[in-house]
Design a protein around this ligand. Sequence first.
Ligand code: NAD
Length: 494
Amino acid sequence: MNEIVNYSMFIDGRWTEAADGKRLGSVNPATGEDWASFPEAGIRDVDAAVRAAHKAMTEGPWSRMTASERGKRLRRLADLLAAQADDVAKLETTDTGKLIRETRSQTRYTAEYLNYFAGAADKLEGATLPIDKPDLFVMTIREPIGVVAAIVPWNSQLMLTAVKLGPALATGNAIVIKASEHGPVPLLELARLCAEADIPPGVVNVVTGLGDPCGKALTTHPLVARIAFTGGPSTARHIIRNSAENFGVVTLELGGKSPILVFDDADLDSAVNGILAGNFGATGQSCVAGTRVFIQASVYDEVLGRVAERAKRIRIGNPMEEQTEMGPLATKGQRDNIERVVAASLKEGASLVTGGSRPAAQPKGWYFEPTILACETAAVPVARQELFGPVLSAFRFKDEADAIAAANDTEFGLAAGIFSRDGGRALRVMRQLRTGIVWINSYRASSPIAPFGGYKSSGTGREAGRESLLDYTRTKTVWIDTSTKPMGDPFIMR
Ligand code: NAD
């Protein structure tokens, strides 16, 4: 029997239990066994967290701190995270099953996201306007928007939190983060580092619990002004409805069914690696997973054959071991769903190229083989539903027009990959893809400097990059009469 590690949540600078004492468990996906427990926040706990954030923004030292000082605190947080990345990464791997080699590099790189926003803290400026009326001086200033509710899933959660916390704090807001119920521990570690970085109590709060009541109470709270959500489209619909209660400004980073297009003039080594990265990296549990692969007919057999051959050799195993290339899925529910959808797709005419089962060598934990299905039609469920797992659907195409039409035939629009050595073609195709991100001759790269977000059911708004900073501010317009005369006729609008 494992020893269970007990975590608390972080509200107003204090480690806190749920008011009603309820707790939830976290399962290690590599073993299928409970390893940690954490509070199940209810409405009262969420209310306490939001009130603490509101107080920190309106009364606390945070509200009086200069932007430069806020930037320094954020930078301190970044330094602490980078220095402790290895320990945090081990916890994330235990909690979510994500490979240690990726959690380690991603945690270090998350510090760069915080640094990016730290540097921006004192570079937000207002404007003076060349107003079209005499004797008036008009300026705009940028103010913090208000308490931010950040809702995140379990995958890449530190990075997905940094793109919310970074701009929120740089611009002077306070934040309540709702961690995922499927692996909240890395965010509780982040809360500990916030305290170490001297970010004042109440500025960053982390609550743990279920979507309903915890996430619902947070996104409907009257003191919340901004909701930054990352998760699935069906939850996003709840979020939008919830925001009707507080008119919170909402951004949504949702799922995808991203296409990868391989033309016959591509560097096929790159294309094969791009397809592998897009489908089997992070065990396919990536919002930008390139799960619909379109290959030009003349190179279809060669490309698919090479991808399948490499997929069969992927080292599946304990995510804590350095040499492992694919770990388990994060939850049993995900694996069950993947098995259902793969079986239904095979029944509807897709053919199995490789995989399709639980690996025999991993009897425990939520493992599933790297799986490739060759599809004649895009109507099969595997080609339409986001599975969040290592399952690729392959299609052949004739020409550019055919490829573009097929790639756009989806409700999603997060990312796309194009492999071609013809620069003109790559740009021509890129312009016609209805997605927020396009990688040309590459796949699955990200940076704090580059905006991230989707079209259609993949979401609204962008995270990272300069424009995301403004989403955490409001503009105030200030009119000043500079004349020596009293104000004129009160019955005519000036
Ligand atoms: P999910 O939508 O089930 O949950 C996301 C978060 O929302 C969790 O913290 C959950 O507790 C919370 N939630 C659930 N119901 C809620 C409610 N009624 N009110 C408020 N909060 C609620 O998603 P998941 O299964 O944890 O994560 C996978 C999904 O996230 C996939 O669809 C994936 O594509 C998406 N994702 C998107 C991006 C991106 O940046 N575009 C990145 C990573 C993951």
